[in-house]
Design a protein around this ligand. Sequence first.
Ligand code: ATP
Ligand code: LTN
Length: 333
Amino acid sequence: MGLSDKKRIFSGIQPSGYPTLGNYVGAIKNWAALSRRFECVFSVVDMHAVTVRQNPDELRRKAVEMFALLAAAGIDPEKHVVYFQSHVPAHAELAWILGCHTYMGELSRMTQFKDKSARHADNINAGLFTYPVLMAADILLYQADLVPVGEDQKQHIELTRDVAERFNNLYGDIFTIPEGYILEVGARIMSLQEPDKKMSKSDTANPGNVVSLLDPPDIIMKKFKRAVTDSGADVRYAADKPGVSNLLTIYAAMTGRTIPEAEAEFAGFGYGAFKAAVGESVVAAFKPLREEFERLLADQGYLDGIIRANAGRAAALAAPTIARVKRAVGFSA
Ligand code: ATP
Ligand code: LTN
């Protein structure tokens, strides 16, 4: 794709907690890079977040913090549309219509639903089940060409494409068929203590598992020093070394090295020194981000204004598509 390419990028992130190193490597960092070349629409998906129980005041605060973090990470909310999902009612309208074109069987196969219902066994609500339909609505509403996500969202993108194709076959060419954009390295950062599990911001059971973008340097270093490695002593990327491989992936993402370059750099290192070096690479990358985040948060007036303005910009982008969809399915004007 060349610089003149006018592809539209869409992605979303839940304000369900502080973003983790996993969200940063798998999503945010990549979004910031794409925003230098493409027209981007990024959503703080607060409607998705309420599929699990949230504290209302905290949710409101976390959505603003997520917005500030995206801006701090280099996504300019004046150049691009960065907005809260709940500010644009067309998401809910389109989700209803798409839900009537999605099969129970398709939704039953979604692994995120299975994982989340196991984790929240006391609250397996219908929203958790239809979550991927709302996600499809997010993407299709903006006629996105490319959807940058982590590995865990691949199945939802496939479903979005299937539903969009089904809809287009029934009603004519309404939706752009989107493509997932998944990194080769870093699409799945694992927990530091349990490297067979995805690092997830809603994993509050073991704080040692998750590195938050807002953890102070000493906490980041402590978490890395305690990270689980594997048996053996060599720093090598391999299937039987999930802990070391995860740390190498993190280091490569933070420093822009390839995995073989990172392996070469750590040849002869003991695990203690290796883990400290990975921790330092994360501290260095997060420092400017945290400073900019704090500066932005202190300017509540600016944040309120730009969030309101972007709600209007997003609604205007979504309007023609939702109007066409309503007409197509037979609603009167
Ligand atoms: P939750 O724990 O609330 O489900 P999450 O941490 O999985 O949240 P999301 O808001 O669902 O994060 O995801 C935002 C983006 O971050 C998505 O594109 C997702 O694929 C990506 N992502 C999430 N976790 C990781 C990870 N461990 N490694 C790489 N990418 C990730
Ligand atoms: N389901 C995603 C977040 C999300 C999203 C989207 C990502 C909601 N809507 C649209 C890409 C495009 C998640 O859990 N990470």
